[in-house]
Each structure stands twice: as C-alpha cells, then as structure tokens.
Write a protein that binds this ligand. Structure first.
Ligand SMILES: [Zn+2]
Length: 272
C-alpha cells in the first residue's frame, strides 16, 4: 500500500514538473516582447472616470515603478527601428503612449514623465485641438492646445503622433480621399503645429485594414499601432503593432508589473 502511494506521488510529481517546464518554455521561449502601454486620460479633471482612465496617483506610481525597477523605456520610433532591423528587444523594454491627446496628458502626466526622464508618444486628434471632445464615452474632456504640444516636443521627451483628423473608425470610411485626409492630412497639419516630423499613427478605436495600413505607409509614417494585445516582436508588421491597454485595474501594481513585463500577452492567452 505504502509502495503504491509513493509510486503515485512520483508520477504526480513528474506530471506537475513536466507541465511546469512546458509552461515555462511556452512563456519564456523567444524572450520578452516590448510592452507598448496605451494610456488615455490621466486624472480626469471632472472627476468622472471610465475604465480607460487612470488617476494621477496611479500614473505617478506606475512611472516611479518603471524608473525604480530598471525598465528600459524607449521611444516608439526607436522600437520601430529595432523591429525593422530584425533585432530582439532587451528584457523589460517598455514604450509609453497616450491616445486622443487630452490636455491632462500635459497638465498631469507630462510633469511626472519629466520627473523620471521617461519618453512618450501622444496620439492627438488633429481636428480637435483645444476643444472639448467626447470620444463616444459620455465624458467630455478637453483636447490639448498647440502650445502644450509645442512645449512638450521642445522638452525632447514627447513625440506627437497622429490619431487622425476626426477619430473616425477607419474601416467604415469608404471614400479614399477622406481616408487620405484623415491619415495624411492629419500628419501634415500636426507637423506644421509642432515643427517636427510626425512618424507614428494610432488607428482610432484600433480599427485598421490592409488598405489603411498601406495608406499609412504611403503617407510617410514609419510605424502605426492598434489597440489589442499581441507581441510586438521582430518580424511583426510595423503598421499593425498591438498595445496593452492600461486601465483602472492597472492601479494594482502586480497587474501593472505583469502588463509591463514583456510576457503579458502570452500570460493572457494562457488564461483565456
Ligand atoms: Zn481614440
């Protein structure tokens, strides 16, 4: 009886160990990916938050964490160069991005980015500068002004990217000329505002097709990002990079650590 039990224990141990090894190989083989973090509003001034927003305190904690734990925060353009050359990204490589261009990215997030010297890209809705704009979420929030963008670009820390002119869901836009205006027109306009090249594009609501990707390439962008999760690694299409959405739940630092770890999409796939 005792012998049978100990035999069963050995089998069980071998089974668990094998499972653990398979899991580790699945997770860690290929090395880490870069984690492209996607923020929206930071510390909405009207006090109302959606699941896409983070508080100023949570954002400050997250940036302090990246800084203190030796994460390698690089510009989106730099990551695009690494991927284009087919190189592997180093461990703990993170890119910080913001969508829509809310003025609280300037008033709340920018001082924190400056404090830790962390670069970021802000994707601005080019046709809404200085306006109160509600991106279909029931909360009206102000989009940043020209002066805010100019000051941030002059700091050398922030790059401005395009989030198109009107934030249309691009796969629904039938007119080629309207699509061109949204993609190319917004780029030209933003470049005239900030006096620097605008080389990155974020598709509104993450919506893109082969033809919008191709148009972004033709318009002169170097890189374009969507929203959902997938590993940005060498060989990945530079005009369809996926990001990790940072939301209220990311105020839990264990969740944020996993999201920034470079293994989050794989962990998420395992869990689903
Ligand atoms: Zn958006």
């Amino acid at each position: 009886m005792k012998k049978t039990l100990s035999k069963a224990a050995v089998y069980l141990f071998t089974f668990v160990l094998t499972g653990f090894i398979v899991l580790c190989v699945h997770l860690f083989y290929d090395g880490p990916s870069a984690a492209i973090l996607m923020y929206h509003s930071v510390g909405a001034s009207n006090g109302r938050m959606t699941c896409l927003d983070v508080t100023e305190e949570a954002f400050a904690r997250q940036m302090a964490f990246l800084h203190a734990r030796g994460f390698h925060v690089i510009r989106l353009e730099e990551l695009a160069g690494i991927l284009r050359r087919g190189e592997k990204v180093g461990p703990r490589t993170v890119v910080i991005t913001f969508d829509d261009g809310y003025d609280n990215n300037y008033t709340k997030a920018f001082p924190i980015l400056k404090k830790y010297g962390l670069p970021a890209t802000i994707f601005v809705i080019a046709g809404r500068l200085g306006e109160n704009y509600d991106v279909a979420r029931g909360i009206s929030t102000r989009i940043m002004t020209r002066e805010m963008m100019q000051e941030m670009v002059a700091s050398g820390l922030v790059d401005i990217g395009s989030h198109t002119t009107h934030h249309y869901y691009l796969p629904d836009v039938q007119s080629e000329s309207l699509l061109w205006e949204e993609i190319r027109g917004s780029k030209t306009f933003l470049e005239s505002v900030v006096g620097a090249p605008v080389v990155s594009l974020a598709y509104p609501l993450g919506g893109h097709t082969r033809s919008t990707e191709e148009m972004a390439r033709r318009a002169g962008y170097e890189v374009a990002v969507g929203t959902n999760r997938k590993d940005p690694r060498a060989g990945t299409d530079l005009f369809a990079l996926k990001r990790i959405r940072i939301s209220q739940s990311s105020s839990n630092m264990l969740i944020f650590f996993l999201e920034a770890s470079g293994y989050y999409p794989r962990l998420k796939r395992l869990a689903s």
